[in-house]
Design a protein. Structure first.
Length: 518
């Protein structure tokens, strides 16, 4: 009974977190929609603003902040399991202080070098974007400090079982930014918009105060570099940080290559990437954020390796069950999705075509994105940072080479193709490494994945035949009809093919009667 209650509680937590993350991700998409409707994609302001927020927002959120959580959570959970709560809190205070100091120094260094960074990032023809981008970056760079602290607090709260507040971090900050765009943009312009981003990052820190107080945590500045727990974190974090750089470094490289080719491509590639991260990330990150602390606790106990492997195998299989049809659906609907979200105001039909072109290519890497997100965290939980670090370095090198070669051939599609190839190869390499280490691969698992691909192919074929009949409808209706039909076709195909996850979904819908014959 306790196991069943624990399982139900876990399902409820993941379900609520997914809903919260969906709203948070959608708020970011609405934010970008309003920004691009005001600035377009071809103005110097659009390019400068995208550049000024790309480094502190995309790079820090996906890299340094992820490394903070991944390096801190396993050690903190080990303290909770093997020592006591107050010693674990003392470690957290030491770590948060260290993060605050390092991130402030990094922001200060970036502040001093903004003109050099802007000059390197843009081509010679982007004259107006360079000085404006440097001025905006001087303001936005300090979001690095506040976001770093916020993610350190995220790791702490998630380890204590609090997943809801971390899931709405971006919802809170995006709400503030949207308020500025709707009420004050005409007076403050793009400078005020960047200030709103900074204020939003401050708000992300403040929302943790009350829930952490309820957990009994009170922050007091403390710094002891001799603390063994901090040393364990710092030994793991550099490897984790390098391993977490795949998406942000690829984004920075591809953005720079795109910006040097055409400054509008920087804005449009970023728009395609944001849609990709919202549609794919709202599910993948929800699962990984909940699963990582659980894997860390199981690794810290060290009693049952089979339980760790079973948890990981279930996470990968469940992710694939959703991602295969998601990839097919987004690829098919890429143009109406972009048109519905962005095509208004200064965002033109030509920009829609270029963004949907890039999005279609990026979509092909969703499975790789999911594998990297889950399996890298499994390796971190097992205190292995070297494997994902090595894979990431190789993948980044591949991305750079492919982007440089194909940008002149495919335009904006070149950097998108480079990202897709790089991420998929990284995902495949991490799956091979994890399968060897955790024994998560089996013939039955391979057969189940094959059935998922077949079900997704059946769904895609049916939708391709259906789409010409609904293409003349409004974008919302086309997307809704294709999505609803696709979900129905996929689940029927999955049930007929007896895919394991389809049985579980049927059981949730119909209860015991639905699973009685299985």
């Amino acid at each position: 009974m306790e196991a069943r209650n624990g399982q139900n509680s876990g399902v409820k937590t993941i379900s609520v977190v997914i809903i919260l993350v969906i709203f948070a991700k959608l708020s970011g998409l609405v934010r970008d929609m309003v920004v691009l409707s005001l600035l377009g994609t071809e103005s110097a302001e659009a390019a400068a603003f995208t550049f000024a927020t790309l480094l502190p927002r995309n790079f820090l959120d996906a890299a340094f902040a992820a490394a903070i959580s991944a390096g801190f959570i396993p050690v903190f959970n080990k303290y909770l399991e093997q020592r006591n709560r107050e010693e674990a809190f003392d470690l957290a205070r030491n770590f948060i202080t260290f993060v605050a100091i390092v991130s402030f120094l990094a922001a200060l260094l970036g502040f001093l070098g903004v003109r050099l960074i802007a000059g390197l990032y843009f081509g010679a023809d982007a004259v107006g974007a360079i000085p404006l981008g440097a001025e905006l970056l001087r303001i936005s760079i300090f979001t690095m400090f506040f976001t770093s602290v916020a993610f350190a607090l995220t790791g702490l709260l998630q380890s204590l079982g609090g997943f809801y507040i971390p899931s709405i971090m971006s919802l809170v900050s995006n709400g503030l930014i949207l308020g500025y765009l709707l009420l004050f943009f005409d007076g403050g312009g793009v400078y005020g918009l960047v200030v709103a981003f900074v204020l939003g990052s401050i708000l992300q820190v403040l929302i943790f105060w009350l829930p952490l107080r309820k957990q009994g945590f009170k922050f007091r500045p403390k710094l002891s570099l001799k603390d063994e727990g901090l040393r364990q974190i710092l030994r793991l974090t550099p490897m984790v940080m390098l391993a977490s750089w795949l998406f942000p470094i690829n984004g920075l490289i591809n953005g720079a290559i795109a910006a040097n080719y055409n400054s509008a491509y920087l804005v449009e590639l970023n728009a395609a990437t944001q849609i990709y991260l919202v549609l794919a990330g709202m599910f993948i990150l929800s699962v990984t954020n909940v699963m990582f602390p659980k894997l860390s606790k199981e690794a810290a106990r060290g009693e049952n390796r089979a339980e760790f492997s079973q948890t990981l195998s279930g996470a990968v299989s469940g992710m694939a069950f959703i991602i295969f049809p998601m990839t097919a659906g987004i690829f098919l609907l890429r143009t109406p999705i972009v048109r519905l979200i962005f095509e208004r105001g200064e965002f033109t039909a030509e920009a829609t075509q270029r963004v949907s072109y890039a999005l279609g290519i990026l979509t092909l890497s969703i499975i790789g994105y999911g594998l990297v997100s889950i399996l890298s965290r499994a390796l971190y939980a097992d205190h292995d940072g070297k494997t994902p670090m090595f894979i990431t370095i190789v993948a980044i090198a591949i991305n750079f080479a492919v982007a440089m070669i194909f940008v002149n051939i495919l335009g904006i599609g070149g950097p998108a193709l480079a990202a897709a190839i790089s991420v998929n190869l990284a995902g495949l390499a991490m799956y091979v490494a994890a399968a060897r280490k955790f024994d998560i691969f089996s013939k039955s698992a391979a057969l189940n994945f094959g059935k998922m691909l077949l079900a997704a192919a059946i769904m895609l074929t049916a939708l391709i035949l259906m789409q010409p009949r609904v293409a003349e409808l409004h974008d919302i209706l086309e997307i809704a009809l294709i999505t609803i039909s696709g979900v129905a076709i996929y689940f029927v195909a999955a049930w007929v093919l007896k895919i394991n996850e389809a049985k579980a979904v049927r059981g949730l819908i119909f209860g015991r009667k639905g699973t009685k014959d299985e």
